[in-house]
Write a protein that binds this ligand. Structure first.
Ligand SMILES: [Fe+2]
Length: 148
């Protein structure tokens, strides 16, 4: 695999670690939501099943974007997901997913600060866009929770 010898930006190890923490969360979220899609049951569950699938795919795309950025910055993307908790009922799925999104949101806010500190405007901009999507996911899961 060919590496860029000198990326245009040099960032702290801390930011690289945060990128890997984010990748781990996004991989975990992707698997968690997809398996919930597979396991969802009941009339209410069926009505919202596609949301789990759509969100799972969005999370994997975010993992890809983060991995690309980390690779560009001379880091190696992790293959290890954060803990995955599928749950056993629709309510539990949504509670666990809300927590997963909250964890991501907390990390992304810290990452934006770190990227700015490192003078890495591109990563800061990218993370802001991901944060916006994560807030939408959080809103989706909490809205669904209110409806069941
Ligand atoms: Fe998300």
């Amino acid at each position: 695999m060919i590496r860029k010898l000198k990326p245009a930006v040099k960032v702290s190890d801390e930011l690289k670690k945060m990128l890997n923490d984010a990748i781990a969360i996004e991989i975990a979220a992707s698997v968690q939501y997809m398996w919930q899609y597979v396991q969802v049951m009941g009339v209410k569950g069926r009505a919202v099943a596609s949301k789990f699938k759509e969100t799972a795919i969005a999370e994997m795309k975010q993992a890809e974007d983060l991995a690309e950025r980390l690779w560009y910055l001379n880091g190696t993307p992790t293959t290890q997901p954060a803990p995955i908790k599928v749950g056993e009922s629709l309510k539990e799925f949504l509670e666990l997913d809300t927590k997963m999104e909250e964890e991501g949101i907390r990390l992304y806010k810290r990452m934006i600060d770190q990227a700015q500190k490192d003078g890495d405007v591109t990563t800061a901009f990218m993370i802001k866009e991901i944060l916006e999507v994560e807030e939408e996911h959080h809103d989706l899961f909490t809205t669904m929770l209110e409806e069941i």
